[in-house]
Design a protein around this ligand. Structure first.
Ligand code: PLP
Ligand code: COI
Length: 368
């Protein structure tokens, strides 16, 4: 059976899966989803060519993508992605958070990676189409959500190094619990001094797979030192903090000021932007500026910095208890989560789960 949903400008054709998981199997997965291990029954696929632009929008059964071995993404990593979540509210409705911001960021990433831009309305519609097909996969347990992963790849079979003339955009979804296995427990962070995440004029501000590939080795180093994430410095002076492998960083001063790094080589996090807005709404001062690693170390040691947290869609808000690097550590792995960290986390998740008014108009309904 094939039905179509009328949408403008892209029309999505739905091919329902014939292998939809039984309710009992789905419920068993939703009981303990972890992060990124299980996927729903459908996915979105949209094609792009230089001649036709975006076309053939479809919701199809979840499954392998067939690529020619010469597909340029496999050789030159012309790829971008996004990450956002669908939240089930008390009344059963399903919502997502600031999807237009993710859509605009995908466009910025596309420009940097010489990929075609998808209209923000089409991006948001693709999320709605997938969630409507797989709405039973949106968990209702506390702190759980459906993590949505849109991505775009160069599918043209061509080994010359230039922007591909054929591209695919896909959306998959994965039920999610806590990103870190310890839940909201504070984590230790490893300062990488051997590796950079992004160079000047590079792709640091784009959400592209290569940034994550280059973070894997330093991330291994972090694990070896008992740390959950790696912190990168700027690549020019190795002085200014940038971000973690998959999260932004915010420092909280004892006078209530929140400070976060500004740089053109970090990912502009939507979670960070939202938390800083909530803090400003409460009257906190917010500074987006360059921050040296010494400011962090000395601030924690002197007591001027009273809380540090990491934030991102997958990890939400995670307190940072300890910063370690070659020959030093500040903070303590046993430190308790800071009160501002936890209250901002609660306010943000309350908005996302519909437990508090959405005064900024950040929520978009996905299931209707
Ligand atoms: N920085 C990096 C490198 C990330 O991968 C992410 C996660 O998406 C973030 C920051 C936080 O971004 P957001 O809050 O939009 O998820
Ligand atoms: C996210 O928070 O959405 C991320 O992309 C982080 C990580 C899973 C890559």
């Amino acid at each position: 059976m094939t039905t179509t949903h009328d949408t403008f400008p892209l029309r999505f054709e739905l091919t329902p899966s014939e292998a939809v998981r039984a309710e009992s199997e789905r419920e068993a997965i939703l009981a303990d989803p972890g992060f990124g291990r299980f996927f729903t029954d459908h996915m979105v696929s949209i094609e792009w060519t230089t001649e036709e632009g975006w076309h053939d929008a479809a919701v199809v059964p979840y499954g392998p993508i067939t690529l020619d071995p010469a597909a340029s993404v496999l050789h030159y990593a012309q790829e971008i992605f996004e990450g956002l979540k669908a939240y089930r509210h008390e009344d059963g409705s399903v919502w997502t958070f600031r999807p237009d911001a993710n859509g605009r960021r995908l466009q910025r990433s596309a420009r940097r990676l010489a990929l075609p831009e998808l209209a923000v309305d089409d991006f948001v519609e693709s999320l709605k189409q997938l969630v409507r097909a797989d709405v039973d996969w949106v968990p209702s347990a506390d702190e759980q959500s459906l993590y949505i992963r849109p991505f775009m790849i160069a599918t043209e079979s061509f080994l010359g190094v230039r922007a591909a003339h054929k591209v695919g955009f896909y959306v998959i979804a994965s039920p999610a619990g806590a990103y870190f296995s310890g839940g909201v427990a504070p984590v230790s962070i490893w300062l990488s001094t051997n590796y950079s995440r992004a160079g000047k004029g590079g792709t640091g501000a784009a959400k592209t797979g290569g940034n994550y590939a280059s973070s894997l080795l330093p991330q291994e180093e972090a694990y070896q030192h008992g740390c959950a994430q790696v912190l990168f410095l700027d690549s020019v002076e190795a002085t200014y903090i940038e971000e973690l492998g998959g999260m932004n960083v915010v420092l909280v001063y004892k006078d209530g000021t929140l400070v976060t790094p500004e740089s053109d080589s970090i990912l502009e996090g939507i979670t960070r932007d939202s938390l800083l807005q909530l803090a400003e709404d409460r009257g906190h001062r917010v500074e987006r500026r360059r921050v040296t690693i010494d400011e962090w170390r000395e601030g924690v040691e002197s007591g001027d910095i009273v809380e540090v947290f990491a934030c991102g869609t997958a990890a939400v808000v995670t307190p940072i208890a300890e910063l370690k690097g070659e020959g030093f550590s500040v903070g303590s792995p046993d430190a308790q989560p800071g009160p501002l960290t936890m209250s901002l986390r609660e306010e943000l998740t309350d908005i996302q789960y519909g437990r508090r008014p959405d005064v900024h108009g950040w929520l978009t309904r996905l299931d209707a």
